[in-house]
Design a protein around this ligand. Sequence first.
Ligand SMILES: [Zn+2]
Length: 335
Amino acid sequence: MTSAEPPHSERPHTLLTRARAKHAAAPLGPVLGASGLGPYRGYAEMLDQIEALASRGFRLHVIGRSVEGEPLLALHYGAEPRGSLARTTVVLSGVHPMEWIGVESHLRLLQRLVGSELGERSVVAIPVVNPDGVRRVEGRLRALRLSQVRANFVRHNARGVDLNRNFDARWGRLGLVQRLLGGLFDPGSGAASEPEVVALAHHLAACRVDRAISLHSFGGAVLFPSAWSTRPVHDEGEHRAWALRLARAIDPQRPYVAAACARWAKGIVAGGLELDWFHERHGAVSLLVECSRGGRGLTPTRLLSPFAWFNPPNVDREAEAIASAIAPFVRGDAA
Ligand SMILES: [Zn+2]
Protein backbone atom coordinates (compact mmCIF):
# COMPACT_ATOMS: atom_id res chain seq x y z
CA MET A 1 0.00 0.00 0.00
CA THR A 2 1.28 3.44 -0.82
CA SER A 3 1.00 6.38 1.56
CA ALA A 4 -1.42 8.01 -0.89
CA GLU A 5 -3.96 5.22 -0.38
CA PRO A 6 -6.87 6.37 1.78
CA PRO A 7 -6.66 4.94 5.31
CA HIS A 8 -9.91 2.94 5.08
CA SER A 9 -8.25 0.60 2.56
CA GLU A 10 -6.45 -1.03 5.50
CA ARG A 11 -9.49 -3.10 6.38
CA PRO A 12 -11.35 -3.91 3.19
CA HIS A 13 -12.85 -7.19 4.43
CA THR A 14 -14.33 -5.50 7.48
CA LEU A 15 -15.92 -2.82 5.30
CA LEU A 16 -17.29 -5.39 2.89
CA THR A 17 -18.75 -7.49 5.73
CA ARG A 18 -20.37 -4.39 7.19
CA ALA A 19 -21.88 -3.39 3.85
CA ARG A 20 -23.25 -6.92 3.33
CA ALA A 21 -24.87 -6.88 6.76
CA LYS A 22 -26.31 -3.40 6.21
CA HIS A 23 -27.93 -4.28 2.89
CA ALA A 24 -28.87 -7.91 3.56
CA ALA A 25 -32.19 -8.75 1.91
CA ALA A 26 -34.09 -11.72 0.53
CA PRO A 27 -32.68 -12.87 -2.83
CA LEU A 28 -33.92 -10.59 -5.59
CA GLY A 29 -34.26 -13.25 -8.31
CA PRO A 30 -37.60 -14.69 -7.15
CA VAL A 31 -39.01 -11.16 -6.80
CA LEU A 32 -38.07 -10.31 -10.38
CA GLY A 33 -39.00 -13.72 -11.77
CA ALA A 34 -42.66 -13.04 -11.07
CA SER A 35 -42.46 -10.05 -13.43
CA GLY A 36 -40.47 -11.83 -16.11
CA LEU A 37 -37.44 -9.61 -15.50
CA GLY A 38 -34.92 -12.42 -15.13
CA PRO A 39 -33.04 -13.79 -12.10
CA TYR A 40 -30.75 -10.83 -11.40
CA ARG A 41 -28.86 -10.60 -8.12
CA GLY A 42 -29.39 -7.70 -5.74
CA TYR A 43 -26.65 -5.49 -4.34
CA ALA A 44 -26.04 -7.64 -1.23
CA GLU A 45 -25.78 -10.71 -3.46
CA MET A 46 -23.26 -8.88 -5.66
CA LEU A 47 -21.24 -8.21 -2.50
CA ASP A 48 -21.53 -11.91 -1.55
CA GLN A 49 -20.05 -12.83 -4.91
CA ILE A 50 -17.22 -10.30 -4.52
CA GLU A 51 -16.48 -11.75 -1.07
CA ALA A 52 -16.44 -15.26 -2.53
CA LEU A 53 -13.97 -14.18 -5.21
CA ALA A 54 -11.81 -12.56 -2.54
CA SER A 55 -11.40 -15.98 -0.94
CA ARG A 56 -10.47 -17.60 -4.26
CA GLY A 57 -7.32 -15.81 -5.34
CA PHE A 58 -8.56 -12.25 -5.82
CA ARG A 59 -7.19 -9.50 -3.57
CA LEU A 60 -9.82 -7.12 -2.20
CA HIS A 61 -9.26 -3.35 -2.07
CA VAL A 62 -11.51 -0.52 -0.97
CA ILE A 63 -10.56 2.32 -3.29
CA GLY A 64 -12.86 5.00 -1.89
CA ARG A 65 -16.43 5.78 -0.90
CA SER A 66 -19.50 6.65 -2.92
CA VAL A 67 -21.47 9.84 -2.31
CA GLU A 68 -23.62 7.93 0.22
CA GLY A 69 -20.64 6.24 1.85
CA GLU A 70 -20.70 2.81 0.24
CA PRO A 71 -17.26 1.20 -0.08
CA LEU A 72 -16.00 1.20 -3.68
CA LEU A 73 -14.56 -2.29 -4.15
CA ALA A 74 -11.80 -3.42 -6.48
CA LEU A 75 -10.52 -6.96 -6.98
CA HIS A 76 -6.96 -7.58 -8.14
CA TYR A 77 -5.86 -10.78 -9.82
CA GLY A 78 -2.46 -11.90 -11.09
CA ALA A 79 0.62 -9.73 -10.72
CA GLU A 80 0.53 -6.72 -8.38
CA PRO A 81 -0.53 -3.79 -10.60
CA ARG A 82 0.29 -0.78 -8.44
CA GLY A 83 3.75 0.70 -8.64
CA SER A 84 4.95 -2.17 -10.80
CA LEU A 85 5.63 -2.72 -14.50
CA ALA A 86 2.86 -5.31 -14.81
CA ARG A 87 0.63 -4.69 -17.80
CA THR A 88 -2.84 -4.26 -16.42
CA THR A 89 -6.34 -4.90 -17.74
CA VAL A 90 -9.12 -2.91 -16.09
CA VAL A 91 -12.69 -4.21 -16.13
CA LEU A 92 -15.60 -1.96 -15.10
CA SER A 93 -19.34 -2.43 -14.79
CA GLY A 94 -22.22 -0.75 -13.03
CA VAL A 95 -21.15 2.74 -14.16
CA HIS A 96 -24.73 3.25 -15.27
CA PRO A 97 -26.69 1.74 -12.41
CA MET A 98 -29.50 0.12 -14.35
CA GLU A 99 -27.24 -1.93 -16.64
CA TRP A 100 -27.10 -5.08 -14.53
CA ILE A 101 -26.36 -7.53 -17.34
CA GLY A 102 -22.92 -5.89 -17.39
CA VAL A 103 -22.41 -6.64 -13.68
CA GLU A 104 -23.57 -10.24 -14.13
CA SER A 105 -21.25 -10.72 -17.14
CA HIS A 106 -18.40 -9.19 -15.15
CA LEU A 107 -18.88 -11.50 -12.14
CA ARG A 108 -18.97 -14.53 -14.43
CA LEU A 109 -15.80 -13.35 -16.14
CA LEU A 110 -14.04 -13.17 -12.77
CA GLN A 111 -15.21 -16.69 -11.88
CA ARG A 112 -13.60 -17.87 -15.12
CA LEU A 113 -10.31 -16.28 -14.12
CA VAL A 114 -10.12 -18.25 -10.86
CA GLY A 115 -7.16 -20.60 -11.04
CA SER A 116 -5.85 -19.23 -14.34
CA GLU A 117 -2.24 -18.15 -14.74
CA LEU A 118 -1.80 -14.62 -16.08
CA GLY A 119 1.99 -14.50 -16.11
CA GLU A 120 3.16 -10.91 -15.69
CA ARG A 121 -0.31 -9.47 -16.27
CA SER A 122 -2.61 -8.00 -13.70
CA VAL A 123 -6.39 -7.62 -13.76
CA VAL A 124 -8.11 -4.87 -11.80
CA ALA A 125 -11.87 -5.42 -11.64
CA ILE A 126 -14.43 -2.94 -10.29
CA PRO A 127 -17.80 -4.68 -10.64
CA VAL A 128 -20.01 -1.94 -9.14
CA VAL A 129 -18.68 1.53 -9.98
CA ASN A 130 -21.92 3.24 -8.92
CA PRO A 131 -23.25 1.41 -5.83
CA ASP A 132 -25.63 4.22 -4.77
CA GLY A 133 -27.35 4.06 -8.15
CA VAL A 134 -27.51 0.25 -8.08
CA ARG A 135 -29.12 0.31 -4.62
CA ARG A 136 -31.64 2.85 -5.84
CA VAL A 137 -32.52 0.64 -8.82
CA GLU A 138 -32.96 -2.31 -6.47
CA GLY A 139 -35.29 -0.32 -4.23
CA ARG A 140 -37.44 0.53 -7.24
CA LEU A 141 -37.45 -3.09 -8.39
CA ARG A 142 -38.56 -4.38 -5.00
CA ALA A 143 -41.35 -1.79 -4.90
CA LEU A 144 -42.32 -2.62 -8.49
CA ARG A 145 -44.61 0.33 -9.03
CA LEU A 146 -44.84 0.12 -12.78
CA SER A 147 -46.84 3.31 -13.09
CA GLN A 148 -43.75 5.28 -12.08
CA VAL A 149 -41.77 4.62 -15.22
CA ARG A 150 -39.88 7.89 -14.98
CA ALA A 151 -38.83 7.35 -11.35
CA ASN A 152 -37.78 3.80 -12.24
CA PHE A 153 -35.31 5.12 -14.79
CA VAL A 154 -32.00 5.57 -12.94
CA ARG A 155 -28.86 6.74 -14.72
CA HIS A 156 -26.96 8.86 -12.19
CA ASN A 157 -25.03 8.71 -8.96
CA ALA A 158 -26.59 10.04 -5.74
CA ARG A 159 -25.86 13.63 -6.80
CA GLY A 160 -27.60 13.37 -10.14
CA VAL A 161 -24.43 13.09 -12.21
CA ASP A 162 -23.95 10.72 -15.15
CA LEU A 163 -20.63 9.18 -14.11
CA ASN A 164 -19.89 8.30 -17.70
CA ARG A 165 -19.72 11.98 -18.60
CA ASN A 166 -17.60 12.89 -15.56
CA PHE A 167 -14.19 11.42 -16.46
CA ASP A 168 -11.33 13.82 -17.06
CA ALA A 169 -11.10 13.35 -20.82
CA ARG A 170 -12.65 16.01 -23.04
CA TRP A 171 -14.96 16.75 -20.14
CA GLY A 172 -17.95 18.97 -20.83
CA ARG A 173 -18.12 18.34 -24.56
CA LEU A 174 -21.75 17.52 -25.18
CA GLY A 175 -23.37 17.33 -28.58
CA LEU A 176 -26.63 19.06 -29.37
CA VAL A 177 -28.85 16.07 -28.57
CA GLN A 178 -27.37 15.71 -25.11
CA ARG A 179 -27.65 19.40 -24.36
CA LEU A 180 -31.31 19.25 -25.33
CA LEU A 181 -31.82 16.31 -22.97
CA GLY A 182 -30.25 18.30 -20.15
CA GLY A 183 -30.04 16.46 -16.85
CA LEU A 184 -30.09 13.00 -18.37
CA PHE A 185 -26.40 13.37 -19.26
CA ASP A 186 -25.37 15.74 -16.45
CA PRO A 187 -21.54 15.72 -16.55
CA GLY A 188 -21.12 17.15 -13.02
CA SER A 189 -19.67 20.47 -11.89
CA GLY A 190 -16.25 19.76 -13.36
CA ALA A 191 -14.00 16.98 -14.61
CA ALA A 192 -13.81 14.18 -12.02
CA SER A 193 -16.04 16.07 -9.59
CA GLU A 194 -17.62 12.82 -8.34
CA PRO A 195 -16.04 10.61 -5.64
CA GLU A 196 -16.64 7.41 -7.61
CA VAL A 197 -14.64 8.74 -10.59
CA VAL A 198 -11.93 10.25 -8.36
CA ALA A 199 -11.44 6.93 -6.52
CA LEU A 200 -11.06 5.03 -9.75
CA ALA A 201 -8.61 7.50 -11.29
CA HIS A 202 -6.57 7.63 -8.09
CA HIS A 203 -6.40 3.87 -7.70
CA LEU A 204 -5.27 3.40 -11.29
CA ALA A 205 -2.78 6.27 -11.34
CA ALA A 206 0.07 3.98 -10.31
CA CYS A 207 -0.95 1.19 -12.71
CA ARG A 208 0.28 0.50 -16.23
CA VAL A 209 -3.13 0.07 -17.84
CA ASP A 210 -2.84 -1.17 -21.42
CA ARG A 211 -6.32 -2.68 -21.79
CA ALA A 212 -9.70 -1.56 -20.48
CA ILE A 213 -13.22 -2.80 -20.96
CA SER A 214 -16.40 -1.30 -19.53
CA LEU A 215 -19.63 -3.28 -19.60
CA HIS A 216 -22.81 -1.33 -20.31
CA SER A 217 -26.12 -2.20 -21.93
CA PHE A 218 -27.98 -2.39 -24.25
CA GLY A 219 -27.54 -2.08 -27.99
CA GLY A 220 -25.50 -5.13 -29.01
CA ALA A 221 -22.28 -3.27 -29.79
CA VAL A 222 -18.57 -3.29 -29.04
CA LEU A 223 -17.43 0.34 -29.16
CA PHE A 224 -14.00 1.92 -29.25
CA PRO A 225 -12.68 5.50 -29.05
CA SER A 226 -13.45 8.09 -29.57
CA ALA A 227 -16.77 9.16 -28.11
CA TRP A 228 -16.06 12.86 -28.35
CA SER A 229 -15.05 13.12 -32.02
CA THR A 230 -15.91 11.27 -35.22
CA ARG A 231 -12.28 11.48 -36.33
CA PRO A 232 -10.36 8.17 -36.15
CA VAL A 233 -7.92 7.71 -33.26
CA HIS A 234 -4.28 6.99 -34.17
CA ASP A 235 -4.55 3.32 -33.20
CA GLU A 236 -8.01 2.68 -34.60
CA GLY A 237 -6.82 -0.46 -36.43
CA GLU A 238 -5.95 -2.29 -33.23
CA HIS A 239 -9.19 -1.19 -31.59
CA ARG A 240 -11.28 -2.23 -34.56
CA ALA A 241 -9.64 -5.67 -34.72
CA TRP A 242 -10.45 -6.37 -31.07
CA ALA A 243 -13.95 -4.95 -31.35
CA LEU A 244 -14.71 -7.13 -34.37
CA ARG A 245 -13.33 -10.21 -32.66
CA LEU A 246 -15.42 -9.68 -29.54
CA ALA A 247 -18.52 -8.70 -31.53
CA ARG A 248 -18.42 -12.03 -33.37
CA ALA A 249 -17.51 -14.08 -30.32
CA ILE A 250 -20.38 -12.78 -28.21
CA ASP A 251 -23.00 -13.75 -30.81
CA PRO A 252 -21.67 -15.78 -33.75
CA GLN A 253 -25.15 -16.12 -35.29
CA ARG A 254 -25.79 -12.39 -35.29
CA PRO A 255 -22.60 -10.50 -34.46
CA TYR A 256 -22.74 -7.30 -32.45
CA VAL A 257 -21.86 -4.04 -34.20
CA ALA A 258 -18.19 -3.02 -33.90
CA ALA A 259 -17.70 0.72 -34.28
CA ALA A 260 -16.12 3.91 -33.03
CA CYS A 261 -18.47 5.24 -30.35
CA ALA A 262 -19.14 8.67 -31.85
CA ARG A 263 -19.83 7.17 -35.26
CA TRP A 264 -22.16 4.50 -33.84
CA ALA A 265 -24.22 6.82 -31.67
CA LYS A 266 -24.80 9.44 -34.32
CA GLY A 267 -25.58 12.80 -32.78
CA ILE A 268 -24.48 11.66 -29.32
CA VAL A 269 -20.91 12.91 -29.48
CA ALA A 270 -19.78 13.34 -25.88
CA GLY A 271 -16.78 13.94 -23.67
CA GLY A 272 -16.07 12.61 -20.19
CA LEU A 273 -16.46 8.92 -21.00
CA GLU A 274 -14.33 6.23 -19.38
CA LEU A 275 -13.81 4.90 -22.93
CA ASP A 276 -11.76 7.96 -23.94
CA TRP A 277 -10.20 8.43 -20.50
CA PHE A 278 -8.53 4.99 -20.59
CA HIS A 279 -7.31 5.61 -24.12
CA GLU A 280 -6.07 9.18 -23.69
CA ARG A 281 -4.83 9.04 -20.09
CA HIS A 282 -3.39 5.54 -20.05
CA GLY A 283 -2.80 4.80 -23.73
CA ALA A 284 -4.90 1.67 -23.33
CA VAL A 285 -6.79 -0.29 -25.92
CA SER A 286 -10.21 0.70 -24.62
CA LEU A 287 -13.54 -0.99 -25.32
CA LEU A 288 -17.11 -0.36 -24.23
CA VAL A 289 -19.52 -3.26 -24.63
CA GLU A 290 -23.22 -2.52 -24.96
CA CYS A 291 -24.29 -5.92 -23.63
CA SER A 292 -27.37 -7.64 -25.06
CA ARG A 293 -29.99 -6.14 -27.31
CA GLY A 294 -32.67 -5.50 -24.68
CA GLY A 295 -36.16 -4.94 -25.88
CA ARG A 296 -36.93 -8.32 -27.41
CA GLY A 297 -40.03 -10.12 -26.20
CA LEU A 298 -41.36 -7.18 -24.26
CA THR A 299 -44.64 -7.88 -22.53
CA PRO A 300 -46.79 -5.01 -21.18
CA THR A 301 -45.21 -5.46 -17.73
CA ARG A 302 -41.72 -5.41 -19.16
CA LEU A 303 -42.50 -2.43 -21.39
CA LEU A 304 -43.31 -0.34 -18.32
CA SER A 305 -40.12 -1.33 -16.52
CA PRO A 306 -37.01 0.51 -17.75
CA PHE A 307 -34.98 -2.26 -16.14
CA ALA A 308 -36.31 -4.61 -18.82
CA TRP A 309 -35.15 -2.31 -21.60
CA PHE A 310 -31.56 -2.65 -20.44
CA ASN A 311 -31.46 -6.22 -19.16
CA PRO A 312 -32.44 -9.42 -20.96
CA PRO A 313 -34.45 -12.02 -19.00
CA ASN A 314 -32.14 -14.91 -19.98
CA VAL A 315 -29.32 -13.75 -17.70
CA ASP A 316 -27.27 -16.94 -17.65
CA ARG A 317 -27.05 -17.42 -21.38
CA GLU A 318 -26.27 -13.80 -22.26
CA ALA A 319 -23.82 -13.23 -19.39
CA GLU A 320 -21.95 -16.48 -20.09
CA ALA A 321 -21.63 -15.60 -23.79
CA ILE A 322 -20.24 -12.16 -22.97
CA ALA A 323 -17.88 -13.43 -20.25
CA SER A 324 -16.42 -16.13 -22.47
CA ALA A 325 -16.04 -13.75 -25.44
CA ILE A 326 -14.20 -11.02 -23.55
CA ALA A 327 -11.97 -13.34 -21.49
CA PRO A 328 -9.09 -13.50 -24.07
CA PHE A 329 -8.91 -9.69 -24.20
CA VAL A 330 -8.91 -9.46 -20.41
CA ARG A 331 -6.28 -12.20 -19.96
CA GLY A 332 -3.94 -10.38 -22.29
CA ASP A 333 -4.02 -12.79 -25.24
CA ALA A 334 -2.44 -11.51 -28.45
CA ALA A 335 -4.78 -9.72 -30.87
ZN1 LIG B 1 -24.32 2.72 -20.00
